[in-house]
Design a protein around this ligand. Structure first.
Ligand SMILES: [Zn+2]
Length: 385
């Protein structure tokens, strides 16, 4: 079983499914594999047709199934110093190296390797595979998957999202809200700053306001909040604009995100920054030139996974792993989206988030093997004799 999982993982790593690129070849590979073992496979394309979500079902066509979920995309490798080709999986010292080994094709490979066993086991409830596109760019694919599932005949009841947790059972994380704000000013000569609208300067002032709000968020942290840190965080990810010393830059772009511990924090930040833009920045810009502006595009607003008392998936996985507590993680996943569809959801997958997104990303083979064991136990737990 482990060899099969490794073989599939090597195949998956060889598809360079960086978020900006198509995942269709990998989806076709997975679809063919799952159809071979008898799954009913549905492929749902994104509006551009260049990417797709895959949803597959093994077992009876009834409600109450278990979803094994993961994303197909990986983060870019550009500007990273890799010791080997990131899209050619290499085994070394008990580890599998390659882009996506831990985040999170390892879980996909383990689920697929188990599929023939799932298929061969008589069961009263189905096992579903839900593999998405564009997780790394704001869980866009999972958002579309949620819309497709809301219209679907079948209502799965449980979900395991296999992001790397070192196989720990995780039942909560913050939300992840990502934005791109674009500043449109007026070009001019550097020697006459009053005749232009400097987009970079407005972007800097907007950024400073966000940093001020970031401090305010700390004071809003709920008492006894379970998260670490217990408040909503805000990050300035990229700030771009301008070309040379002596030109007033007409354009700037800011990529930023926040990770709400409570929905009201996101509302707070959005209202405060919108007021600042409408009452201070834009009127000042328009005093020089009318056709200027600041627009914010929502890249993704991914709900958090809220720890809840009643969680059948958590209870099952804790029983199977012998864990006596579940945990929280500081990163976002697609789990909140499944929770909003009414499922009991945990995050549990092989590998460590420490290795994710970095050069020489790897997955410990032991982790892959533990994941296979757990999936086998899950399968046994649903078997009917
Ligand atoms: Zn991931």
């Amino acid at each position: 079983m482990l060899d099969e999982a490794k073989r599939i993982l090597a195949d998956l790593i060889a598809f360079p499914t960086v978020s900006v690129d198509s995942n269709l070849e990998m989806v076709a590979y997975i679809a063919a594999y799952l159809e071979d073992v008898g799954a009913r496979v549905e492929i749902w394309h994104d509006p551009t047709g260049a990417k797709a979500n895959l949803f597959a079902t093994l077992g009876p066509e009834v409600d109450g199934g278990l979803v094994l979920s993961g994303h197909c995309d990986v983060v870019p490798v550009a500007d990273q110093d890799w010791a080997s080709d990131p899209f050619d999986m290499v085994e070394r010292d008990g580890r599998l190296y390659g882009r996506g080994t831990c985040d999170m094709k390892g879980f996909l490979a383990a689920s697929l390797a188990m599929a023939p066993r799932f298929a061969a086991t008589p069961r009263s409830r189905p096992i579903h595979f839900a593999f998405t596109y564009d997780e790394e760019t704001g869980c866009v694919g999972a958002g579309h998957l949620a819309q497709s599932l809301a219209r679907h005949d079948l209502r799965p009841a449980m979900a395991i999202v296999g992001e790397p947790t070192m196989m720990q059972v995780i039942d909560g994380h913050k939300g992840c809200f990502e934005y791109t704000t674009r500043f449109r000013g007026l070009e001019g000569h550097g020697s006459a700053p009053d005749l232009g609208v400097n987009a970079v300067e407005y972007a800097v002032r907007y950024t400073a306001k966000l940093l001020e709000l970031r401090e305010a968020l700390k004071a809003r942290a709920p008492q006894d909040g379970p998260f670490d840190p217990p408040w909503t965080t805000l990050n300035i990810g990229a700030l771009n604009g301008g070309k040379v010393h002596n030109v007033i830059p007409p354009k700037a772009q800011l990529d930023w995100e926040m990770r709400p511990v409570q929905p009201s924090d996101a509302v707070f930040v959005k209202e405060q920054i919108a007021d600042f833009v409408a009452q201070e920045l834009v009127p000042e810009m328009q005093r020089v030139f009318p056709d200027v502006g600041i627009e914010t595009e929502v890249i993704g607003e991914v709900a958090g996974l809220e720890p809840v008392r009643q969680n059948a998936t958590k209870d099952l996985l804790m029983r199977l792993t012998g864990a006596n507590s579940s945990g929280l993680v500081p990163f976002g996943t697609e789990a909140g989206i499944f929770q909003q569809l009414g499922m009991d959801v945990v995050v549990c997958g092989p590998g460590s988030i420490e290795q994710a997104h970095k050069a020489n990303e790897f997955l410990d083979i032991d982790q892959l093997s533990r994941c296979l064991d757990l999936l086998q136990q899950v399968n046994d737990a649903f078997a009917v004799s």
